[in-house]
Design a protein around this ligand. Sequence first.
Ligand SMILES: C[C@@H](N)C(=O)N[C@H](C)C(=O)O
Ligand SMILES: [Zn+2]
Length: 220
Amino acid sequence: AAGCASRPAMTIAPATTPEAAGLVDVRTLVPDIDLDMRYAGANNFTGAVVDGYAAPRCYLLAPAAKAIQRAEAALRAQGHRLRIFDCYRPARAVRSFVAWANNDDESTRARFYPALEKRELLGGYISPTSGHSRGATIDLTLMRCDGSHCAPLDMGTDFDFFDPLANTDSPRITPAQRANRERLRDAMRQAGLRNYPMEWWHYTLDPEPAPKTFFDVPIE
Ligand SMILES: C[C@@H](N)C(=O)N[C@H](C)C(=O)O
Ligand SMILES: [Zn+2]
């Protein structure tokens, strides 16, 4: 449904390792891809390392990993690179997001959701059955590179800023920010990924390789 990034029913596959789940570490395809895996550290909206993220690795199902490899190669030829914030997300991490949304801690509010109540984030901005747990969804941005020095493009908000300003087609961003979001959307579209309109950073391989299979394999 519009405004919802996931599906209601969830059956978790029995895999306990990335290999058994068919999940590939993106760095095996692009060894120097830029990773800023926010949920493996405290620099995220929960303010703490998220359950299931013991290592800052980007795992994706093989077709999605290959799509990111294609996108990165095309972008490098244009002087850009990807910066990745999240990839496959264990189901236990999604459960901890829901628990966070239902607790009373407001310590990250000013930075991540200044205009909304925490409980309003569930559904549109934080999914209780996230497509990330199916292994073909990724959160990312674009960097402009001059030689080996790269800097993130201005997208109008930071990653995981839960606010209508983060909606990809927000009318409140500047023309330059709109152009940057368009550049990211075009690059992803050419690689076969579609944007989630509520969040400029959230993309899913289209069609999804396994649209009904969720995983709870920890990231180690
Ligand atoms: C939490 C944010 N990075 C995100 O991925 N949101 C979507 C809606 C999700 O949780 O699947
Ligand atoms: Zn996402």
